[in-house]
Design a protein around this ligand. Structure first.
Ligand SMILES: *Cc1c(COP(=O)(O)O)cnc(C)c1O
Length: 361
């Protein structure tokens, strides 16, 4: 240990030193099917119209701290009930962070999630010194109703995060069980609907039914991952407190203008996501046809599947220039599981051919 190592070890909280950084592998020159991105760009005339809009930007000025036009457009787009408000985040990741910051420093504060789920809930909870309880899902990745309800009783969590559909499994949890969880939760329940464009199922309409429910969305999976724009919908009383934790200019001017422009051209994204949904069905069937593959149903723009030896298949795909996500290192239910994002029909074809090669001993 050098003197600098000692200084660093003394500076950080032990749980930070133990954290693994969120690792994003390099995908240069690769067929990139690891990050749930929409593979399609925009028609050329749409790009031109967008560039015209950007000409009016004044980068010397701070962005609008409460962009009402954009918020209104998002509310219409996501069918947020009229009496509900929204809070904007620099990606929904930032909203998760804002929610958890509200609890940081509360000694008894506990966060609860099913396990496995989106890793940022736990990552951010731990980084803010909060206790995070993971309740194992069942073998088919459905919610374990009894385990969830008894963990609610035992830990009385301030926040429950439910990804709907769940990442990395892709399934929609049972609606009745979710309603029971919301009903029995002592604190907030956050329905994370990052994959709403592919799910055609939502709790948005139920916001009025519960005073402890908030619904989170993002434009990332729709096709605007580069913008970093997410939002939280719900009652004003909750959002007005959370807004105090939001950095005043968290949504930059390029994102504001581009998101408004994109929402005015929503038909383009509707067409792209419909294509992805239909290609998801094809990919699911083709994976099902492979005898060594166990494939899990998906309501998202990715598919989880299990193979006899995930590490080997992952590396063999990589050698063939294809990057997907290897979930085997997470262990547990994800043992030997891989996750592939739905790409263009051409990319999906290349992936399936390479997968067949990778599965051949
Ligand atoms: C991708 C993803 C997010 C993060 O979305 P950003 O808005 O890009 O930060 C949130 N929740 C789930 C479940 C996701 O899979």
């Amino acid at each position: 240990m050098t003197i600098l190592d000692d200084k660093i070890a003394a500076f950080f909280r032990p749980e930070i030193l133990k954290l693994n950084a969120y690792h994003v592998p390099s995908a240069e020159e690769m067929v990139k099917l690891d990050a749930m991105e929409n593979p399609y760009h925009w028609p050329p005339e749409m790009v031109e119209a967008w560039l015209d809009r950007l000409r009016n930007i004044r980068p010397n000025r701070y962005p609008d701290p409460q962009p009402e036009h954009l918020k209104h457009a998002l509310k219409i787009h996501a069918k947020v009930p009229e009496n509900m408000e929204i809070l904007l985040g620099n990606g929904s990741d930032e909203i998760i962070q804002i929610l958890l910051m509200a609890l940081a420093g509360k000694p008894e504060a506990t966060v609860m999630t099913p396990q496995p789920t989106f890793v940022m809930y736990q990552q951010l909870a731990v980084s803010l010194g909060l206790k995070c309880i993971g309740v194992p899902l069942q073998k088919d990745f459905s919610l374990d109703r009894e385990a969830m309800l008894s963990a609610l009783d035992q830990y009385r969590p301030q926040i429950v995060f439910l990804a709907y559909p769940n990442n990395p499994s892709g399934n929609l949890f049972d609606e009745k069980v979710i309603l029971e969880i919301i009903d029995k939760s002592p604190g907030l329940v956050i329905l994370d609907e990052a994959y709403a464009p592919f799910a055609q199922a939502s709790f948005m309409e139920r916001l009025s039914q519960f005073d402890n429910l908030l619904v989170m969305r993002t434009l990332s999976k729709l096709g605007l991952a580069g913008l970093r724009l997410g939002f939280l919908a719900g009652r004003r009383a909750w959002l007005e407190q959370l807004d105090k934790l939001r950095l005043p200019y968290n949504i930059n001017v390029l994102t504001q203008i581009t998101a408004e422009f994109a929402l005015a051209n929503a038909a383009v994204f509707e067409q792209q996501t419909a294509q992805i949904r239909s290609d998801r069905t094809k990919m699911y069937q083709q994976l099902q046809n492979l005898p060594q593959v166990e494939v899990f149903p998906s309501a998202a723009n990715f598919i989880l599947f299990r193979v006899p030896d995930a590490d080997t298949v992952f590396h063999k795909l990589k050698q063939q220039g294809i990057l997907i996500k290897n979930l085997h290192p997470s262990g547990g239910l994800l043992t030997n599981c891989l996750r592939v994002t739905i790409g263009t029909p051409g990319e999906n074809e290349v992936f399936l051919t390479a997968l067949k090669t990778a599965l051949t001993p």
